[in-house]
Design a protein around this ligand. Structure first.
Ligand SMILES: Cc1cc2nc3c(=O)[nH]c(=O)nc-3n(C[C@H](O)[C@H](O)[C@H](O)COP(=O)(O)OP(=O)(O)OC[C@H]3O[C@@H](n4cnc5c(N)ncnc54)[C@H](O)[C@@H]3O)c2cc1C
Length: 367
């Protein structure tokens, strides 16, 4: 893996690196990673190969076809509903209902170019959010501003935790009919919203099976609510850390120690990311403030002036709410800031200070 470089900017259709920093669709990131993986001679990608069982002793995985694939290590990067997770923790995991669901859609921005009000609005900011009690809408431009990614969070109505479940556009429009006219114009463009039940999970005690033959990565070990957009970066950083650590491996016996290191480098940060994403729900679902009704009949600058005059500063309601509620997320934010680091640097430091000594200097880079 090349270190500290942005990959595939042109493959993503982005005009410049800045687009990549702002927002990237998961499908585009997936395509870039798949392209890199399939170019490696040592990598075999097998599609349509659902894993139905794991033998942690060999270790091996059993595919739906019945085929058994053996290896030195099983890495469960199988997402929220991981079956490998059950093997590592020894029991099925209990999801916690959040009471929320999300409609998701990616739509073309052609309609924005034909609407002066929306054009000016998105020119001012390409990432926008609207909060209203238990509902909020997030809209940001992707694919060099050619498409708009939309997430609409609302009260759960028995949807399922799924990337592909489809909902009814009319029902969605009705639920969000109280939002301002620009939101109505935007969501009227969604023909087939996907729907996703937002389910939370507590941090796992361990990501590694005691024998060191099975481990977890990404959502499989730390599913993260989407409110802070931290899930994908945590998964990618896990992979970077694990890849770097395993590049020092020279013998299978080293696996338990190496995997323990992987967990110790990543677990606290990922757990803090889970916690702060959970807390963010409280900030996003801030109760209506007294000035809301007055602001709704005003427009743009007038509404902002009203808030400034009436409440002494643009974020007064958020501040008031934070003080009353002991600043939700503040501790987790501090924890995250204290843990942030370059994963490669963290692994290199471990190798220099402990790793090389632990393996008796036998580990060779690139083994
Ligand atoms: C509504 C919503 C919005 C989000 N928005 C953001 C955002 O803006 N930014 C962000 O960073 N994150 C966001 N996330 C979270 C992000 O999508 C996840 O954190 C990320 O995809 C985790 O990556 P992963 O590789 O661990 O798991 P996944 O992306 O879930 O990949 C797991 C893979 O394993 C495969 N798999 C599962 N089971 C098996 C099996 N038995 N056999 C074979 N293959 C299997 C699946 O098909 C899938 O390809 C959002 C999530 C939701 C629900």
């Amino acid at each position: 893996m090349r270190r500290r470089s942005v990959v595939g900017i042109h493959a993503l259709g982005c005009r410049h690196e800045e687009d990549v920093r702002r927002a990237l669709l998961d499908a585009d990131l997936h395509a870039v990673l798949a392209e890199i993986a399939t170019k490696q001679e040592s990598v075999t990608v097998r599609l349509n190969s659902t894993v139905v069982g794991v033998d942690p002793e060999l270790p091996s995985v059993t595919l739906a076809s019945g085929e058994v694939v053996k290896g030195d290590l099983v890495i469960g990067a199988d997402g929220l509903k991981s079956i490998v997770r059950n093997i590592v923790i020894g029991h099925p995991e209990c999801p916690i209902a959040t009471g929320d669901s999300a409609y998701r859609a990616v739509i073309s921005t052609v309609f924005i170019a034909k609407d002066l009000e929306l054009m000016a609005f998105f020119r001012a900011s390409d990432t926008n959010g609207w909060l209203s009690g238990t509902q909020h809408v997030v809209a940001y431009e992707v694919r060099a501003k050619k498409e708009l990614n939309l997430v609409l969070v609302h009260q759960d109505d028995e949807s399922v935790e799924s990337w592909t479940a489809v909902s009814d556009a009319k029902k969605m429009m009705l639920e969000f009919s109280g939002f301002e006219p620009r939101v109505q114009k935007i969501i009227a463009q969604i023909k087939t919203p996907l729907t996703w039940r937002l389910v939370d999970r507590n941090p796992l005690e361990t990501w590694v099976q005691p024998r060191g033959r099975v481990t977890l990565l990404g959502d499989a070990c730390h599913p993260i609510l989407p409110h802070r957009a931290l899930g994908t970066v945590m998964a990618i950083e896990d992979a970077a850390a694990l890849g770097n650590i395993l590049s020092h491996l020279s013998s299978q016996d080293q696996l338990p120690v190496f995997l323990k290191t992987y967990q110790s480098i990543r677990h606290r940060l990922a757990s803090a990311a889970q916690a702060i994403s959970r807390m963010s729900k409280q900030l996003l679902q801030i109760p209506p403030a007294p000035h809301d009704a007055a602001m709704r009949v005003m427009k743009g600058e007038d509404a902002i002036k009203h808030v400034e005059k009436d409440l002494d500063g643009g974020f007064a309601p958020l501040r008031t709410y934070a003080v009353v509620n002991d600043t939700p997320g503040a501790d987790e934010q501090k924890e995250i800031e204290s843990l942030l680091c370059d994963v490669d640097e963290a692994v290199d430091k471990w190798w220099a200070e402990e790793g090389e000594r632990i393996v008796g200097g036998t580990g060779s880079k690139g083994a």
